[in-house]
Design a protein around this ligand. Structure first.
Ligand code: HEM
Length: 424
């Protein structure tokens, strides 16, 4: 490698850190499927385009999640799904899956609606509000209540800030295990403190539930009851709940805010959708899919190589880190006509131009053994929350531009400021 290459790879890393979204597009145009970024232990590859996504998703056995996320284990707990591979991962996943099936998460729809209604209750016509912070808080409370029950949500003082601190550290870690190297950093130290507070809170909730002798119907209840005649240990249950909270609350809130931004930006569409809320639910599903296409809350996903392979002429060795991107894949013109346009009707199976995307073309929740276990919950929650807002509130955007920030909880950097025009 020449000195010029090394300088370019460092400059590309800086660009990527400052603005991953446009940098990925530039790198893809300049280098094709594979770009190398950074230097030394911060060196990794970004793999872009449909073919690279298809390869990664079809070859899960070449990668190790345990190796990729080992640096995160102090934050997620050693039994969290994301930091385990193979038989252990399968055993853990078998126990968590029944708590989050499409049918079961329907029980939590009322919880989401109630928290969103409470968040919007004080809004009045004429108010100018950044709706992201109150809606984010409402989604956190709804997730919390779905996992632990209503009484626990009332005891959740402090949890919001702790989760925020943990999320900040995890988001910063996506590029290359920086936590491992920066373990003395203030962000990491705050996150570790927050994690031990969340952990204590979860342990107390489990103890309370066990004392009352009735497991309950929330996610904690399902985990305590167990599946196939066995159940996880208390420590394993604690790790699942901590990481479900971490993975669930921030992403879902971000997805909701993008859906409101995209629909409010297009007045006729917003009016149609407010109407569709009661009469044409399929249109709502299309709008959720289209939001997840254009603004997937998980903008990039990382993988660590376990078994070497060659992709587009580049050698990948065990231990190498690579990133691939739902955000970039979802905007490829070769797959999505007029990709930058928010157009829910492209998801209408009755439309002539409809084409069902392949799993590697539309991957907001990833694909493979670690596919998002909360996908049904997230989809239900975003839809229920959107309906709750749209039923009650009419509003106009103050700014029609919303630059994104964050990689695994990609959200509107400056919030979403609206002027409330009417309350029903
Ligand atoms: C719109 C919201 C969400 C998005 C975009 C999202 C996205 C993702 C993605 C892309 C992955 C796969 C990571 C990989 O392949 O390496 C993932 C995994 C995961 N997600 Fe989500 N997620 C969302 C909501 C949720 C919710 C609500 C929960 C829990 C209630 C959750 C819990 C998890 C867990 C535990 C994993 C790890 C699964 C495993 O390793 O087996 N997510 N998520």
């Amino acid at each position: 490698m020449t000195a010029t290459d090394a300088a370019r790879e460092m400059a590309d890393l800086q660009d990527f850190s400052a603005d991953p979204y446009t940098t990925m597009d530039r790198l893809y145009r300049a280098n094709g499927a594979i770009s190398v970024l950074g230097a030394g232990p911060m060196r990794f590859r970004v793999t872009l385009g449909a073919e690279a996504s298809a390869f990664i998703l079809a070859n899960s056995d070449l990668f190790s999640w345990e190796a990729a996320f080992t640096a995160l284990a102090p934050l997620t707990g050693p039994s969290a799904l994301l930091v385990n591979d193979g038989d252990r991962h399968r055993r853990l996943r078998r126990q968590v899956t029944p708590a989050l099936t499409a049918r079961r998460v329907e029980h939590h729809l009322g919880t989401v609606t109630r928290h969103i209604d409470a968040a919007t209750a004080s809004w009045a016509a004429g108010d100018v509000i950044d709706i992201y912070p109150p809606l984010r808080r409402a989604m956190r409370l709804a997730t919390l209540e779905s996992l632990f029950g209503a009484a626990a949500a009332d005891r959740s003082e402090g949890l919001d800030d702790w989760l925020h601190d943990i999320h900040r550290a995890i988001d910063a870690d996506v590029v290359g295990g920086s936590i491992e190297r920066g373990s003395g950093s203030p962000v990491w130290r705050r996150a570790l403190l927050a994690r031990s507070s969340v952990h204590r809170w979860v342990v107390d909730e489990i103890a309370r539930r066990q004392e009352c002798g009735e497991p309950g119907n929330d996610v904690l209840g399902v985990l305590l009851r167990g599946t196939d005649g066995t159940r996880l240990t208390d420590d394993e249950i604690t790790d699942q709940l901590v990481s479900l909270l971490e993975a669930g609350a921030e992403t879902t809130a971000a997805q909701l805010s993008w859906m409101l931004f995209c629909t409010l930006r297009d007045r006729p569409l917003w009016t149609r959708l407010r109407d569709a809320v009661t009469r044409r639910p399929a249109e709502l599903d299309h709008a959720v899919s289209e939001t997840m296409r254009l603004y997937p809350a998980t903008a990039v996903i990382s993988r660590k190589v376990a078994t070497g392979f060659t992709l587009h002429g580049a050698e990948f060795a065990p231990g190498d880190l690579l990133l691939f991107s739902p955000f970039h894949t979802h905007r490829l013109a070769a797959i999505w006509p007029d990709p930058e346009r928010f157009d829910p009707s492209r998801w209408d199976p009755d439309a002539d131009r409809y084409r069902k995307p392949a799993p590697h073309e539309f991957l907001p929740f990833g694909v493979g053994p670690h596919r998002c276990i909360g996908a049904a919950f997230a989809t239900m929650a975003v839809k229920a929350a959107f309906v709750a807002v749209a039923r009650r509130v009419d509003a106009e955007l103050e700014h029609t531009d919303a630059p994104p920030a964050g990689l695994i909880g990609m959200h509107p950097r400056d919030g979403i400021t609206v002027r409330v025009t009417a309350i029903r």
